[in-house]
Design a binder for this molecule. Structure first.
Ligand code: AHR
Length: 514
């Protein structure tokens, strides 16, 4: 008996049951002149929140033999470097909405521990502004600070910018120097609060109230340092009971002259244990980006020549197991373990960001260590989760310009998303090298892909990196890496390159074009 998804295949295989079906086939075409936009490297960012063991026990573990003299875990630093993280968002998330930054400066032993109400712990404040910004500098990551527009006030936010960015001559600059940092860090990226549309947020406001409040904060921040780039809190609740469109419109109406980015969040999950529905989520992500881009355009329509406003997808990932209940609060909160299907879902989300490179200019996978994260530690070491590998491949290689990609391939029918192509593809091009990212969503069938370079020729050897496995539920663990990147090479010449992408896989092809 055929299920609905196999029906497409059956149509192409009249003798099904009597003969082996021939390999599924797909065509991809690219042209290096069909440019979507330069890819902003900041789409390969991550996020570190004071939540569970992300900071304490993740990035930072004082007294551990694995840490340096300042308390930074050296093994984690190496894993972050190898991931090519371009930008780090901090200190939250929900945590940010009751974070008072002055608690986290000065001698560590004198900093006040505070009740942490977002995630139900006590915040030691031993990791604060200096620890974060010095870490970002050391790691070559662009820091992005999300301010407290929940329980915080305008003065506090303004003084944080001044503390970080004012070279000298003010009380805040003097205080920074007293605390051991002579030069300002010159932090460019600042968030105007986090998920302010959500009733779960400390200091949650209506769209109108947030718009008015954030506008005054933004003015003070820009008057303190005109170079700051501000990210306003868009609605985090697409399709839920919050008016997503209305919130974003109102925020833009108040803030469009003072903001550079609209922050959006997305978390997907497979609670229903339906692989094909789960893997279709990037269809909705794509739609959401297009709708948000339209809302931004309509907000700017009456202001010809207005600077562009981009989207910052500053929280995104798979997250559904360690959500709510005991796994959603406390010291071990959000310790999601990832499997192969999650890695494929992550790859489709990254494809979507590349395919929308003209509007999505910041994206931060939430988060970086232990908490819904690609890196997982204990006191003895770490392992790399399945989702680490696609993110690493994209961040290392999918740079330069995003190209429009033509894809002709078989499809399946999803209850939620309609017709979903088995292949999910993006292409980037950088100095003569094309990177083609292909997720094959098909659970059983490999697909023979013919890639045509319309305006150039393939130059011989090409590299293939594949993330796949026999079991979509396979996870990595300490001492057991079931899912990782496997590399190989092949050759192609002329306009066409052929490669078979395995069932349930993510493949990155790196080919020279001339
Ligand atoms: O990343 C975990 C949480 O998800 C963040 O704190 C919050 O912004 C979002 O709801």
């Amino acid at each position: 008996m055929l299920n609905r998804r196999e029906f497409t295949l059956a149509l192409a295989t009249p003798l099904l049951g009597l003969a082996q079906p021939s390999a599924l086939k797909a065509r991809i075409k690219l042209d290096t002149e069909r440019i979507i936009s330069p890819i902003d490297p900041k789409i390969y960012g991550n996020f570190a929140e004071h939540l569970g063991r992300c900071i304490e026990g993740g990035i930072f573990e004082e007294g551990s033999p694995l840490s340096d003299s300042r308390g930074y875990r050296k093994d984690v630093m190496q894993a972050i470097k190898d991931l090519h993280v371009t930008q780090m968002r901090w200190p939250g998330g929900n945590f940010a909405s009751n974070y008072h930054w002055k608690d986290g400066i000065g001698p560590r032993d004198q900093r006040p521990p505070r009740l942490e109400m977002a995630w139900g712990t006590i915040e030691s404040n031993r990791f604060g502004t200096h620890e974060f910004l010095d870490y970002s500098e050391m790691m070559g990551m662009e820091p992005y600070i999300c301010t407290n527009l929940g329980t915080g006030d305008w003065n506090e936010v303004q003084q944080w910018v001044e503390y970080c960015n004012q070279p000298e001559g003010t009380a805040m600059a003097k205080l920074r120097k007293q605390n051991g940092r002579e030069k300002p860090w010159k932090v460019r990226y600042w968030g105007l609060g986090n998920e302010m549309d959500g009733p779960w947020q400390m200091g949650h406001r209506s769209a109108e109230d947030y718009g008015k409040f954030a506008l005054e904060a933004a003015k003070l921040m820009k008057w303190t340092d005109p170079d700051v780039q501000l990210i306003a809190a868009g609605s985090s609740n697409f399709g839920g009971n919050i008016d997503w469109v209305g919130w974003n419109r109102t925020v833009l109406a108040y803030l469009k002259d003072h903001m550079e980015y609209l922050s959006l969040h997305t978390y997907v999950g497979n609670s229903a244990n339906d692989y094909y529905e789960f893997l279709g989520n990037s269809i909705e992500l794509n739609a959401r980006i297009k709708i948000a881009a339209g809302i931004i355009e309509s907000a700017l329509a009456t202001s010809p020549g207005h600077k562009k406003i981009y989207i910052a997808f500053d929280e995104w990932n798979v997250w559904y197991r360690a959500r709510g209940g005991a796994k959603g609060r406390g010291r071990n909160a959000l310790e999601e373990r990832y499997n192969l299907e999650d890695a494929l879902s992550v790859a489709t989300m990254l494809n979507t960001f590349v395919n929308n490179a003209d509007t999505v200019k910041i994206a931060n996978m939430a988060q970086i260590v232990n908490v819904i994260a690609p890196i997982f530690t204990n006191q003895q070491g770490l392992f790399l989760q399945t989702i680490y590998y696609p993110l690493q491949l994209f961040a290392a290689n999918a740079r330069g310009t995003a190209l429009e990609t033509f894809v002709d391939c078989p499809t399946y029918t999803s209850k939620k998303f309609g017709k979903v192509p088995y292949l999910d593809v993006s292409t980037s091009y950088d100095q003569g090298t094309a990177i083609i990212n292909v997720v094959n969503r098909h659970l059983e069938q490999e697909i023979e892909v013919e890639i045509e370079a319309q305006d150039k020729s393939f130059g011989g050897k090409f590299e293939i990196a594949t993330v796949t496995g026999n079991d979509i539920k396979a996870e990595n663990d300490f001492g057991s890496t079931k899912i990782k990147t496997v590399t190989s090479t092949d050759t192609a010449s002329g306009h066409k390159l052929r490669h078979r992408v395995p069932a349930k896989s993510y493949t990155q092809i790196k080919a020279r074009l001339s």
